[in-house]
Design a protein around this ligand. Structure first.
Ligand SMILES: [Zn+2]
Length: 85
């Protein structure tokens, strides 16, 4: 029903072009959205997996990958426990 009304109001070629163009634009935006969403999530995960350590001996701040409770300071070698907020 709706299709027949649309065919009467607008020429078939014009409708097809608009639909194809719309799909193309939607596809491009969809791909971009998925790409940026994935990239942001990867960045966020990488940051979240890092743990911040603070050296109590030389006051140096550094990060280590998650999974460790202690990490040696890259400056003085003092082993520090992870920061708790
Ligand atoms: Zn240190």
């Amino acid at each position: 029903m709706a299709c027949e009304v649309l065919r009467v109001v607008t020429p078939p070629d014009f409708t097809l072009d608009v639909v194809l163009y719309g799909l193309l634009v939607l596809g491009v935006f969809g791909v971009l959205w998925v790409y940026y969403d994935r990239r942001d999530r990867t960045l966020y995960d990488a940051q979240r997996r890092k743990i911040t350590f603070h050296c109590i001996r030389c006051d140096h701040l550094y990060t280590e990958t998650a999974g460790t409770e202690t990490a040696p300071c890259p400056k003085c070698g003092h082993v520090n426990t992870r920061l708790k907020f």
